[in-house]
Design a protein around this ligand. Structure first.
Ligand SMILES: [Zn+2]
Length: 168
């Protein structure tokens, strides 16, 4: 697979703007002004009203976005801030810990939407939704696999050679 920088950049820009990765016009989340519950802030919409792209493919789809991207960048930020403060200012530990942990917590909350958007863009880049083509039953995603181990066919005996008959 070759890296398509133009396509990757397009998906990255759409993720930065929290837009649909497919068409880039409709938002991934409710507008902050319309959020009434905390869950609405973090949960993406079901899909794109324009192109029909489903944002959450399956239950738990965005777990990796939070565990890897959000916490990953939060940890990098915390580690970077720790080393910067420790070696430049030499502040006491009881001040150093909250001055590293608190910004990371705020970062994680405010970066949560972008984590999901970047994850969606990555997934859309490497594994785009396949359009179902009529007639072939969905293509490669629908390959039938046997339910259990396949037993080898029983050996069949070779047919007995016919007795030569004497012609008198
Ligand atoms: Zn769309």
């Amino acid at each position: 697979m070759t890296l398509d920088l133009h396509r990757a950049g397009k998906f990255f820009r759409r993720a930065c703007l929290l837009k649909c990765p497919e068409c880039g016009t409709k938002p991934l989340f409710l507008s902050v002004l319309r959020v009434r519950r905390l869950a609405d802030y973090f949960a993406p919409l079901d899909g794109c009203p324009r192109c029909g792209y489903a944002y959450e493919r399956e239950t738990g789809y965005f777990l990796l976005a939070i565990w890897a991207i959000n916490y990953g960048f939060g940890s990098l930020l915390g580690i970077g801030m720790y080393f910067y403060l420790e070696y430049n200012y030499r502040i006491p530990l009881e001040v150093l810990i909250p001055s590293v942990v608190l910004p990371v917590v705020f970062f994680n909350v405010f970066f949560a939407r972008h984590s999901k958007a970047f994850f969606l863009a990555l997934d859309h880049y490497f594994d785009p939704h396949q359009k179902e083509e009529p007639g072939n039953g969905g293509g490669g995603g629908n390959v039938r696999t046997p339910a259990g181990p396949v037993e080898p066919p029983a050996p069949t005996k070779a047919p007995e050679p016919a007795e030569p008959t004497l012609v008198s």
